[in-house]
Write a protein that binds this ligand. Sequence first.
Ligand SMILES: C=C(O[C@@H]1C=C(C(=O)O)C=C[C@H]1O)C(=O)O
Length: 96
Amino acid sequence: MTAMTQTEKTGARTDEAATLIGGARERIDSLDDRIIGLIQERMAVSAVIQEARISSGGRRVNLTREMEVLGHYRDALGKPGTALAMTMLELCRGRI
Ligand SMILES: C=C(O[C@@H]1C=C(C(=O)O)C=C[C@H]1O)C(=O)O
């Protein structure tokens, strides 16, 4: 089987569009790597907070604070921001 051309890979109908899409996809892959790294960093910081609270006799989850986090994402990104924040909170503290 022959290799796919850039035009086939990107779905573009011209070489010019295929080149633009190829370059923009590289930027997206790089942004996704950074976003994943930031989420992993957030998970580690969140774990420190949760462990400190549990060690002090408190509960893992603090719903008042989670409402603040959800509001922050909703204000910035609209309704899908809430869904994104809920997934992120689940990554950081597990399912409740
Ligand atoms: C990190 C905390 O603990 C938990 C995890 C949260 C988070 O990852 O943002 C928020 C609230 C808590 O349920 C916190 O209280 O700040």
